[in-house]
Design a protein around this ligand. Structure first.
Ligand SMILES: *Cc1c(COP(=O)(O)O)cnc(C)c1O
Length: 231
């Protein structure tokens, strides 16, 4: 068994245990394996172990991996910041963009998404803990952005994504994740039919699942420590 396969099994067990503790069905929480900084060979090991959804932050690095690996059956999520000059690469290569936080980027992606592909699946990134320099739309601006994105035919709005600062303990982490859950529920109460609440990483996936996460994004616990901390 490869290390990555062993790690994946351990992460799946953590997800199952967190779901059981929260009284949720484990089928409601998907695992996104975050392969940033790791080579295509690591992604191959994960695919061999049954993992089919991958998240990447750096667009050019991701495109090289996407092109090096079999495409069928694999779902690629862009989870990092997207500048205007990178929207075409995202539109042409990814299945999902989870880090959408500006209408201008959404409009470019809508124009650039190839007709031969399904609409780009998107989550809006929300800044739930108020860090001034952080990516993500503020909770106050979320509903207007969500309504505008929902009008774009080549995008399909699926939900919200958050990257809160590490919290000191389980209850603090759960409280931050609960704010995202509240925003998600409010949009659905408006009739938005969102199904994806992407929150929780290697260190806080239990708290995120407790608060209602439907997709945890796990890098370190699957692939190991990254050489560039903070990336
Ligand atoms: C790197 C990253 C992750 C994974 O973080 P780990 O702590 O390694 O699990 C998840 N989401 C985003 C947006 C990331 O950049």
């Amino acid at each position: 068994m490869t290390t990555i396969e062993t790690n994946l099994q351990a992460v799946r067990q953590r997800i199952a245990a967190a779901c059981a503790a929260a009284g949720r069905d484990a089928a409601q929480v998907q695992l996104l394996a975050v392969s940033k900084t790791f080579p295509a060979a690591s992604v191959s090991d994960a695919i061999a172990a049954g993992q089919l959804q991958f998240g990447e932050n750096y667009i050019q690095e991701a495109v090289a991996k996407i092109e090096a690996l079999p495409r069928a059956g694999i779902t690629w999520h862009c989870i990092g910041p997207v500048q205007s000059n990178k929207t075409r690469l995202v539109a042409e290569h990814f299945d999902w963009l989870q880090s959408l936080d500006r209408l201008k980027i959404a409009q470019r992606l809508n124009e650039q998404r190839p007709q031969a592909l399904a609409p780009l699946q998107v989550c809006i990134q929300v800044n739930t803990d108020g860090g001034a320099n952080k990516a993500g739309v503020s909770p106050d601006a979320l509903a207007a952005l969500a309504r505008a994105v929902a009008q774009l035919p080549r995008l399909r709005l699926r939900g919200l994504m958050t990257i809160p600062e590490p919290a000191p303990d389980f209850d603090a982490a759960r409280a931050v994740h609960a704010r995202a859950r509240q925003l998600f529920d409010r949009l659905n109460a408006e009739g938005m039919a969102l199904d994806t609440l992407s929150m929780g990483m290697s260190g806080d996936l239990e708290a995120a699942i407790h608060a209602g996460s439907t997709m945890v994004r796990v890098g370190t616990a699957v692939f190991g420590a990254r050489e560039r901390p903070g990336h």
